[in-house]
Unconditional design. Sequence first.
Length: 523
Amino acid sequence: MKHDCVLAVDIGSSNIKAMVFSSRGDMVGSASEEVGEMYTGPARAEHSPEQLWEKFRLAVGAAVRDSGVAPGEIAAICLDSNRSGFILLDKDRLPLTNNMSWRDGRSVRQVKRFKEANRDIDTYRISGEDGLPQHTLYKILWLKEEHPDIWRQGRYICLSPKDYVLLRMLNRRITSTSIAQSSGLFDINSLRYSEAILDRAGIDADMLPELSDTDSRIGELDRGMAAKLGLAEGTPVICGLCDATASQVGTGSTRPGDFAVSIGTCGAVRTFIAAPRFEADRSTQVRVVSPFGYVASCTISDAGGVLKWFRDRFCGRERDLAREEGVDAYAVIDREAAKIPPGSDGLLLLPCFTGASYAFKDPNVFGAFVGIRNAHALPHFGRAIMEGVAMSLRVVLDKFRANGFAVSRITLGGGGARSALWTRILADVLDLPLAIPACGESSCLGAAVIAALGLGWFGGFDEAVRAMCKIRATIEPARANAEVYRRHFELFSRLYRVFEEAGYFAAHGEITAVDARIPGKET
């Protein structure tokens, strides 16, 4: 095999990670660029399209240099991306808005009105999504209602940052079924845009990008673009997929009973399924990895993003120490938090910083530290964040069990896998063995697997996953810690119910709501 490396790029909410992988799944080069997610108002989260492109370009070039692989030896580039975004483009394909991130929740009223006006159609069983403000459909309705002048200038829609990057790379408006599915505009049964939903929403299908399977070769880099990215002219581009399904593939959790727990900016629990499956409690999203199958997923909107918030807002000393020691600031936070006993001396966190998710379907839900005492110091809060996220993921896993899913293996994916402390906490909170992949960046590895399949390197999906996705260790739960967390999980579960049953989430949302009236271009 002359070209035995592929370049995979994960366009995340906080970072863009580019990695070069061999056909054996070994990472031979990597680079990361932090992107700025802008919080310009209540429940608002945006990215600058131009910054996304520039950070992508920088990450790709740096990863190729880091690998030491000649550009001509990289057989293809494949992207994955966070989903449920929205960028409106004008007739010249220039952005009229920022990307409204999947974490953006400004469209609460549009969700309510659309559901009330369309009770005769079940969007969950059409799209696999249960209609939350994060979905592209409702972001579009928000812009149409709040800023019709901007909407009228629009001609094209990007459904994710990946769509925008592909447009810049290939001058082609195209997306994968994996990305389109999470927009709320897609029919998961026919693998096409839903005519019924588009009609009810008043959205012209011609505004949407064309659809492609995840492993399809959708173009090649021309000379100018190859020079900008540090790659060879003619390098094939594989369409790719959303980060959630990429992570599932990258953990190797593709057989019945295999579950992946992911700690990235958000958190999730996922498992592969052979066909779309819809739950009576509507607790799971149904994602598509066309042409390889489907993934049942339940997410929490806030996981690693909470720890990043903590680092940026409160950990100046830790960042200084990290610079002096030549390590990442998260390593210092981990080290200090590890000195605190399990249970954080009674400090609990409800980590719902950005509202609705599939675990807590309430746009008004908020984060809360509870049980604060004079003895609590900064490291307690760092550990309580990790424990609160782990407990939210336990809520999600329990939802799967309640719906009859058998759990035979759990593998950890996402950036959280780099933290030995967080890994230990998660194993103890779930009270289950936790498999740790050899590659901690499961989304990038999943995109690399898809690239390899697109290139025809393997005889099939299972063969590619088994060849490229490896486990390096298994963490067994510590019995004493698991017992502590069993008691604290009871408190955690009651904490959410206390706020909910008292009507406090709703009252807080109503009292503190501030209408978002300015479109997505401001910074």
